[in-house]
Structure formats: structure tokens, C-alpha cells
Design a protein around this ligand. Structure first.
Ligand SMILES: Nc1nc2c(ncn2[C@@H]2O[C@H](COP(=O)(O)OP(=O)(O)OP(=O)(O)O)[C@@H](O)[C@H]2O)c(=O)[nH]1
Ligand SMILES: [Zn+2]
Length: 226
């Protein structure tokens, strides 16, 4: 394993993290979709959190193609959302985005980074407090501010470190969020293409998605007027 990652290492501006372990895990989603992943863990991540990297599909070939300046691996930075990812909450679009990302990345080879950034970095209890404020009329960003927190506290340094540890310094990024593109680029990751995620609209998440489009410039095509 060590030799593989030494050979993949490329010059990189962010402090190096090291692969700590890797293990194969078969996945099965509630709709029956299955995939196999290798889950990587790391030493020396900048924020000390237990972030995971799920390698999917033929990621080794996707990485090798990068060095030949062909199509880069498809990568998704998925921010933890217990309510959406585990319980199927429809207040957000996280559950369907996770399912979609695993399928898309499995098809072409790449990585899903499962980042422990619950509630855009404010944590689970605070996110639920923010939901209560949203039920009283605030939008998702105003609610964070009313709690004395930032609108979006996510920092992607650890994500850049994880990609760097696998030698994935040129990627296609699956996201609608311009801040992920800007931060990763600033951290030394070359984003060759921004690939939009699907729009997973439900009556319960319509206002939330519209706020992402209108306030932070998420590239979302929605029926709701701006
Ligand atoms: N504070 C807060 N966090 C939320 C809320 N709804 C979802 N989240 C969190 O937001 C994160 C997901 O971010 P999103 O804004 O949905 O999407 P994104 O990651 O910015 O953009 P994409 O890459 O396009 O999906 C997860 O950590 C969720 O837990 C909310 O109302 N308040
Ligand atoms: Zn969510």
C-alpha cells in the first residue's frame, strides 16, 4: 500500500495527510442499489475530525488517466447530514444527493469524501435549532446567523489533504456549490470540470433549495422564482 501512495504523490500546497487504513465495504441503499467501495481513513487531517474517503468504481484507472492529462476522477465532497443521509429527511436534498453521487462515481471511477461537517459546520443540535427558527420564518442562512454562527462554516482543507494523499490533485467536482470549487482551487486542487448534481425537489425542501440558489449562488434550476 505504501508504495502505491508514494508513487501517486504529487507536489501539493496543503500539509500532507497520510493514509491510515483502507477497507472494502459492500454498500446497499434502501432502493436496492448496490456498490462496492474501499473506505480510506487518514492521519494528520487539519481539523482532527474522522472524515472518510470512499473510493468507488475503477478509481485506479481514473487516477492513472489524470496523469496522462485525460479525464480526471469524479469527486464529491459530501457534508454530513444525519437527518437526510440516515433518516431520509426531506427538509434537504442530502439523502438523494448521496445516493446519486455513489452511483455516478461508481460508473466512472473516483471518490466520495464523507466530511463530518454536520449542519454546514455548526453541528447537529445547532442545525435542529436552526430548523426551529426556519419554522418560525427565517431562511436557512438567517437561522444560522440568529444562532450566532456563520452562514456556512465549512472549510475544505481536510478534503484537499485527503485528495492529495491519494494523488488526486486534478479532479472533476460533482457539486452545485461555487464555494467548494473556490476553496478547493485555493487549496491547490485543479478542478478540470464542475459537474452539477441533480435537483432533488420535494415540497419540504423547496424553500431551502431556493435559498441556496439565491443566497450562495448554487447552480440549481428550480421552478420557484428568484
Ligand atoms: N445549518 C444548517 N445546515 C443545513 C441545513 N440544511 C442542511 N444543512 C447541512 O448542509 C450541508 C449540505 O449542504 P448543502 O447546502 O445542502 O449543499 P452543498 O454541500 O453546499 O452543495 P452541493 O455540493 O451542491 O450539494 C449538510 O451538512 C447538512 O447537514 C439547515 O437548514 N441549516
Ligand atoms: Zn441534509
Amino acid at each position: 500500500m505504501t508504495a502505491l501512495f508514494e508513487s501517486l504523490a504529487t507536489p501539493f500546497s496543503t500539509a500532507q495527510a497520510e493514509v491510515r487504513s483502507r477497507v472494502t465495504v459492500p454498500l446497499r441503499f434502501p432502493d436496492g442499489f448496490t456498490a462496492t467501495t474501499e473506505i480510506f481513513t487518514f492521519h494528520n487531517l487539519a481539523d482532527g475530525k474522522e472524515h472518510l474517503l470512499l473510493a468507488l468504481g475503477d478509481w485506479q484507472t481514473a487516477l492513472a488517466e489524470t496523469s496522462a492529462a485525460s479525464e480526471a476522477p469524479l469527486v464529491r465532497l459530501h457534508s454530513e447530514c444525519l437527518t437526510g443521509d440516515v433518516f431520509g429527511s426531506q427538509r434537504c436534498d442530502c439523502g438523494p444527493q448521496l445516493r446519486e453521487a455513489v452511483e455516478q462515481i461508481s460508473a466512472v471511477g473516483g471518490f466520495l469524501l464523507y466530511l463530518r461537517q454536520e449542519g454546514r459546520g455548526i453541528g447537529l443540535y445547532s442545525k435542529l435549532d436552526a430548523y426551529a427558527l426556519q419554522d418560525a420564518g427565517l431562511d436557512t442562512y438567517e437561522a444560522n446567523l440568529a444562532l450566532g454562527r456563520g452562514e456556512d462554516e465549512r472549510d475544505y482543507t481536510a478534503a484537499a489533504q485527503m485528495l492529495g494523499a491519494l494523488g488526486a490533485t486534478s479532479v472533476r467536482l460533482l457539486t452545485n456549490n461555487p464555494d467548494k470549487v473556490a476553496q478547493l482551487t485555493g487549496l491547490g486542487i485543479n478542478i478540470t470540470e464542475q459537474v452539477p448534481t441533480g435537483v432533488h425537489l420535494s415540497p419540504a425542501n423547496e424553500r431551502y433549495l431556493a435559498a441556496k440558489r439565491d443566497h450562495t449562488g448554487h447552480t440549481l434550476k428550480l421552478p420557484l422564482a428568484a
